[in-house]
Design a protein around this ligand. Structure first.
Ligand SMILES: NC(=O)C1=CN([C@@H]2O[C@H](COP(=O)(O)OP(=O)(O)OC[C@H]3O[C@@H](n4cnc5c(N)ncnc54)[C@H](OP(=O)(O)O)[C@@H]3O)[C@@H](O)[C@H]2O)C=CC1
Ligand SMILES: NCCS(=O)O
Length: 518
């Protein structure tokens, strides 16, 4: 009997899960609460009646991970069709072509909201779904939770918020500048939402204030004319000593940006916080269109707010809290995901082995519940490859006790490397995490395999591309289970040549060759 897998959510993690289930000979049944797939990358206007929004992205969002690093390992983004950093509508277009190419649509049930998922023994789960007012319950051999972690806004419990006569909104609800033009606005938080929104607002407001309690390093999208991620090659991150790669990267950033305004300058090192990317942020501060402030919020006043430093930020018409998101799995029994130490549920610590498996709850997998230093898409794809291999009994899972030890070790390491913050509880470094999962099904990269697979000349060329080229997941299609080695070789070598070189006819022919086999 074919195993049936309930997939909750048809965002990017749901889509790659459907595709990997199909490839593994499993039957995916994907439930999507909304009337479209694409998750966060499907921009929506607010509901005209309720003002509610579903996606957290604003109208102008341009992705901050480059084409090379965000594309799926076996579905290249052709530079002819996609900019190096595409606008959100183009990212959604890429997902649409992915769905079309891999024939995923028949497996997606739109407007189907999962109300509950419960274990029934033997690793099986019942899933209760509501659609058009009708509830149905069915049993599945496994459940993949693909609902992400950027939907439930984290709105801090600030003092005297009720006093404030202006508007306080979370960045989740921000769409565009229209209602803020000519006004005095403060944005709180310097994650990617905070810097994007403040930079955009600063083009049309009377004043734009940017408030941060920890500061941030701000990466421009391009360094020396190349995507900033080019500095994160396998060689740089894995073969150079860590202190040296941090020092070299820090030097490049300092050289490019000059002295960081003191209000923004963090105390942590470059790789100790999730990267913030915005090319014009420092320029906006230096040209006086953004006024930065350092400090936490002490209280709100009628006209604005007071920082812990005693500084008053007034007058303000609106405050945008770009303060991130919390975990939310309303359809799961309590206690499965969040770790016991996370009493108020806002610390974002999870209890998941490899960020995917809940010890003692067989059959339940989380795909995309991680925060990579790099793009999420290929990491979700790798997780789906791994989880489907586990379901096929090709990868053994350790005992729940071993899983708990592993979770504790991961969390200890995180605390050593990253600034303590609910932002840094799901962080993974691209190559170590991808290599760890790939190794379990033989898709990892070793120098010897280049030579034995491609011969000396092509082997050395491909190895050079994999070690020194951009950190692309294409290299996980060179070897092992699920390999598409000719396509991977061609794409990797093209990416390493840099620039905007379009896909070659040979590459396209390779893509078509496996479309035919689909
Ligand atoms: N262009 C793109 O591709 C974009 C991508 N994104 C992605 O979306 C995800 C979410 O990003 P984002 O919404 O920025 O959220 P983040 O969690 O990354 O950042 C939240 C920010 O809010 C601050 N903050 C949290 N709580 C408080 C508080 N009580 N008082 C003051 N400051 C507070 C944090 O500061 P501290 O560090 O001190 O905790 C941090 O600066 C990320 O993965 C990001 O990369 C977002 C926008 C654009
Ligand atoms: N960091 C935002 C890009 S992502 O991979 O979704």
């Amino acid at each position: 009997m074919t195993m049936r897998v309930a997939i909750i959510g048809a965002g990017v993690s749901g889509l790659v899960s459907i595709k990997q289930c199909l490839e593994a000979g499993l039957e995916p049944v994907c439930f999507e609460a909304l009337g479209h797939f694409g998750g966060q990358w499907h921009y929506t206007d607010p509901d005209p009646l309720t003002g509610e929004v579903v996606s957290s992205i604003y109208r102008s969002v341009v992705i901050n991970t480059s084409r090379e690093t965000m594309m799926m390992s076996d579905f290249p983004m052709d530079p002819k069709l996609y900019a190096i950093y595409p606008h959100n509508s183009r990212v959604q277009r890429y997902f649409e072509s992915y769905v079309e190419f891999f024939k995923l649509q028949p497996h997606i049930h739109l407007n189907h909201r999962v109300r509950g998922a419960h274990p029934v023994g033997d690793g099986k789960w019942t899933v209760e779904v509501e659609s058009g007012g009708q509830a149905t319950v069915d049993t599945y051999d496994a459940v993949f939770v693909c609902t992400g972690h950027h939907s439930a806004p984290n709105m801090p419990d600030w003092q005297d918020v009720g006093e404030f006569e202006g508007e306080l909104l979370h960045s989740h609800y921000y769409r565009d500048t229209v209602k803020f033009q000519g006004k005095d606005i403060a944005v709180v938080g310097v994650g990617n939402s905070g810097v994007d929104i403040s930079a955009e607002l600063s083009t049309c407001t009377k004043s734009t204030h940017l408030i941060t309690r920890s500061g941030t390093w701000v990466w421009p999208r391009f360094l020396f004319g190349e995507p900033y991620e080019s500095l994160g090659s396998r060689f740089m991150l894995q073969m150079m000593p860590r202190f040296l790669s941090i020092a070299a990267t820090q030097w490049v950033l300092n050289y490019t940006l000059g002295t960081i305004p003191k209000e923004l300058k963090p105390e942590h090192n470059l790789l100790a916080a999730h990267p913030t990317v915005r090319s014009d942020l420092i320029e906006r501060v230096r040209t006086g269109t953004i006024t930065p402030h350092r400090g936490a919020i002490k209280r709100f006043t009628k006209k604005g707010l007071e920082l812990t430093s005693g500084e008053m930020v007034e007058p303000l018409d609106a405050v945008v809290a770009a303060t991130g998101y919390t975990l939310n799995f309303p359809f799961l029994p309590k206690g499965i995901v969040q770790s016991d130490g996370d009493r108020d549920g806002k610390e974002n610590w999870t209890n998941l082995y490899r960020l995917m498996v809940a010890p003692g709850h067989p059959g339940l997998y989380f795909i995309g519940l991680c925060q990579p230093l790099g793009a999420l898409m290929p990491v979700s794809e790798m997780q789906a490859r791994w989880a489907t291999s586990v379901l096929k009994n090709e990868i053994p899972l350790p005992s729940p006790e071993r899983m708990h030890e592993d979770i504790a070790a991961y969390q200890r390491d995180l605390k050593k490397v990253f600034v303590k913050s609910p932002r840094h509880t799901l962080e993974v470094e691209f190559f170590p995490y991808m290599d760890m999962l790939a190794r379990d099904f033989g898709a990892h990269v070793t120098f010897g395999r280049f030579l034995s697979t491609f011969g000396v000349w092509q082997g050395v060329k491909t190895a050079r591309a994999a070690y020194f080229g951009p950190p692309s997941a294409v290299q996980y299609r060179l070897f092992g289970k699920g390999r598409k080695e000719e396509l991977a070789r061609l794409v990797l070598q093209r990416l390493a040549r840099k620039g905007d070189e379009e896909m070659s006819l040979e590459e396209m022919a390779e893509v078509e060759r496996y479309r035919a086999g689909n």
